[in-house]
Design a protein around this ligand. Structure first.
Ligand code: G
Ligand code: MN
Length: 495
C-alpha cells in the first residue's frame, strides 16, 4: 500500500511507475481498497508518466514557496512545453505520444533535487520548481539538452521542447501568476524556436493580452464575414497575357480599421483559427472564380496563400478537396502559394504535402523566394511548379547591377529546376523591361494592377487589352507584332 503515495508533500518522493502500480494493485486484497488507492493516485499523479500532476503541483508549490520565503530563497518555475506532441500524436497515435511524454518525463525526473518539484502539469507541458542559486543557468542548460535528447543522434521521434521560466519572488509571489508567467515565457520560446530557456519579461503579458483580444475579434470576423478577398493579376512578361491571379485576404475591422495581413495571420497561426481563415478564403475564392467564369474569364492559375501552419495540419489536403467539391474549379487551376519556412523546418512533411497536392492536380508556388536560404539541392526534386521572386529583389533590379544579376541567377536556377518564374512587386516600366530581358516568365505588381476586389479584377480583365495597346505598356511589350497581339488577346481569358 505504501507505494501509493498519498502524502501531499513536496519532499522528493520515490515515485511509482506504472509497473509498480500494478504490483501494488496485486498486493491489495480487496477490490474496494484497490479502487480507493487508485483514485487517490489518479488524483495526484499522471498515469502515463508516473509524475505528479497539476493537483499535486499546486499544493506542493504553495508549501515550497512558503519555505523559500522564510529562508529568503529564490525559486525558478520552469515551464517545459512539448511542442511536437500534437504532431507526433496525429501521425503515430497514443503510442507515439506516450513514448514522447515518457522520454521527456524520464529526462526531467533526475533534475529535481531534494525538496524540488517536477510534474506533468497539463497535456503537453511539464513544470519544474527549482531553487535559484549560482548553478541555475548551467542546470537549465542541461535540462533542455536532456529533454530534447540533443545528445541522441538523428531527429526521428525526438521530443521538441520550448522552455520558459519565471522567478519567485522577483516576477510574482503568487503561485498562479508565476505559473502563468512561466507559460508566457515558454510561448515566446516556442515562437522563436529558442534553444535556451527564456525568462519571463513583463511585456509578454501585455503583448499576449493584445493578441488574445485580436483573436477574439478575428473569431467573430470569421462568423460575420468581415474578411474579404482582393485579387492581383499575374502577367506573362513576354506576351502580355494574364496567366493567373493571386488572392489576398483582407480584414477591415469596424473599429481597428484595416488590419495588416501579417498581423492577423500571425494571430490566427497562434490559435486554432488558421484553418478557418484558409478554408473561408478558399470558399470565397471559388465563388468569385465561378462568377468570373460566368463572365467568360477562365485563368490558367488562381493562387491562394497558405501558412506553414495550414500545411502542417494533417487535414490540409482534405480541406481543399472538400471545398473543391462544394464549388468546383478546374483543380489544375488552383495554385497554393507556400513559403520556404516550412521547407526549412520540416522538409519531409513539406515534400509529403506537396506530393499530395500534386496527386490531386493542384499546383504549388514557392512564395517570397530568396528571402530565406533554400539552395538548389533542396529544391531539386520537390514537386513545385513556380518560383515567386520576392519583391525585395525586384525593387532593386533597375537600380543595381548586383540586384539584376541576382534576379538573373534566380531565373536561371528556376529554369534549371523546370520551374516557372513570377516576379512580385513590379512597380515601374524599367523593372518590367529588365525582367523581360532576363527571361522572367511572369510578373505581378502595382504597375499592372493593385490588388482589387472581385468586380474590380473583372474590370481590369476587360480594360487590360486596351491598356496593353497604349503607352507605356505598348513600348515595353514592343516585341509583340500584330499577330501575337491578336493571339494574346484571345488568350486573355476573355472568351
Ligand atoms: O507575401 P506575398 O507575396 O503573398 O504578399 C503580397 C503582398 O505584396 C500583398 O500585401 C500585396 O498587396 C503586396 N504587393 C503587391 N504588389 C505590390 C507591388 O507592386 N509593390 C509592393 N510594394 N507591394 C505589392
Ligand atoms: Mn503570395
Amino acid at each position: 500500500m505504501n507505494t501509493l503515495p498519498q502524502q501531499r508533500s513536496f519532499e522528493k518522493l520515490d515515485l511509482p511507475d506504472r509497473g509498480s502500480l500494478v504490483g501494488a494493485a496485486q498486493t491489495l486484497s480487496r477490490e474496494e481498497d484497490f479502487r480507493t488507492g487508485l483514485r487517490a493516485y489518479e488524483e495526484c499523479f499522471d498515469l502515463v508518466t508516473g509524475l505528479p500532476n497539476h493537483v499535486f503541483f499546486r499544493v506542493a508549490i504553495h508549501m515550497m514557496l512558503r519555505q523559500a520565503r522564510s529562508h529568503g530563497e529564490e525559486i525558478v518555475l520552469l515551464w517545459v512545453d512539448l511542442t511536437n506532441l500534437r504532431r507526433e500524436y496525429s501521425v503515430g497515435g497514443d503510442a507515439a505520444a506516450e513514448r514522447l511524454l515518457c522520454m521527456v518525463a524520464d529526462s526531467l525526473r533526475p533534475h529535481a533535487e531534494e525538496g524540488e518539484i517536477v510534474c506533468r502539469f497539463s497535456d503537453h507541458c511539464f513544470l519544474l520548481a527549482l531553487r535559484r542559486d549560482d548553478r541555475i543557468d548551467a542546470r537549465l542548460e542541461l535540462i533542455i539538452e536532456d529533454a530534447s535528447h540533443r545528445h541522441v543522434r538523428g531527429t526521428e521521434g525526438k521530443p521538441e521542447v520550448a522552455m520558459g521560466y519565471s522567478v519567485f519572488p522577483d516576477d510574482s509571489a503568487k503561485p498562479g501568476e508565476l505559473i502563468r508567467f512561466a507559460s508566457l515565457a515558454a510561448i515566446s520560446a516556442a515562437r522563436t524556436r529558442s534553444r535556451i530557456a527564456i525568462p519571463f519579461l513583463p511585456h509578454m503579458n501585455s503583448a499576449l493580452l493584445q493578441e488574445r483580444l485580436m483573436e477574439r475579434d478575428l473569431r467573430s470576423a470569421l462568423k460575420e464575414n468581415q474578411l474579404s478577398l482582393v485579387y492581383q493579376p499575374q502577367i506573362d512578361l513576354q506576351t502580355g497575357e494574364v496567366i493567373g491571379v493571386e488572392t489576398l485576404t483582407r480584414w477591415n475591422h469596424p473599429t481597428r480599421g484595416e488590419v495588416a495581413r501579417e498581423q492577423f495571420i500571425s494571430v490566427a497561426e497562434q490559435s486554432d483559427l488558421i484553418d478557418e481563415v484558409f478554408s473561408h478564403s478558399l470558399r470565397r475564392l471559388l465563388q468569385d472564380a465561378s462568377t468570373w467564369r460566368a463572365a467568360g474569364v477562365v485563368l490558367p492559375s488562381v493562387a491562394l496563400n497558405a501558412s506553414p501552419a495550414n500545411i502542417r495540419h494533417q487535414n490540409f489536403v482534405a480541406i481543399i478537396e472538400a471545398e473543391l467539391k462544394r464549388c468546383p474549379l478546374f483543380s489544375s487551376q488552383l495554385d497554393i502559394e507556400v513559403t520556404e519556412s516550412l521547407l526549412m523546418e520540416d522538409e519531409d512533411l513539406f515534400r509529403e504535402r506537396l506530393s499530395d497536392l500534386r496527386a490531386i492536380g493542384i499546383k504549388v508556388s514557392l512564395d517570397d523566394f530568396g528571402t530565406k536560404y533554400t539552395g538548389f539541392n533542396t529544391l531539386k526534386g520537390l514537386p513545385l511548379n513556380t518560383m515567386k521572386i520576392d519583391k525585395c529583389f525586384v525593387r532593386w533590379v533597375n537600380r543595381s547591377r548586383q540586384a539584376e544579376s541576382l534576379c538573373k541567377a534566380l531565373v536561371s536556377m528556376a529554369t534549371d529546376l523546370n520551374l516557372d518564374t513570377v516576379a512580385e512587386g513590379v512597380e515601374d516600366i524599367e523593372e518590367l523591361r529588365i525582367l523581360r530581358k532576363i527571361g522572367c516568365r511572369a510578373g505581378q505588381g502595382y504597375l499592372f494592377q493593385r490588388p482589387r476586389p472581385s468586380d474590380g479584377f473583372l474590370a481590369f480583365m476587360q480594360d487590360w487589352p486596351e491598356r496593353l495597346r497604349q503607352q507605356p505598356m505598348a513600348t515595353a511589350f514592343s516585341e509583340l507584332n500584330m499577330n501575337q497581339t491578336v493571339q494574346a488577346e484571345s488568350l486573355f481569358g476573355l472568351v
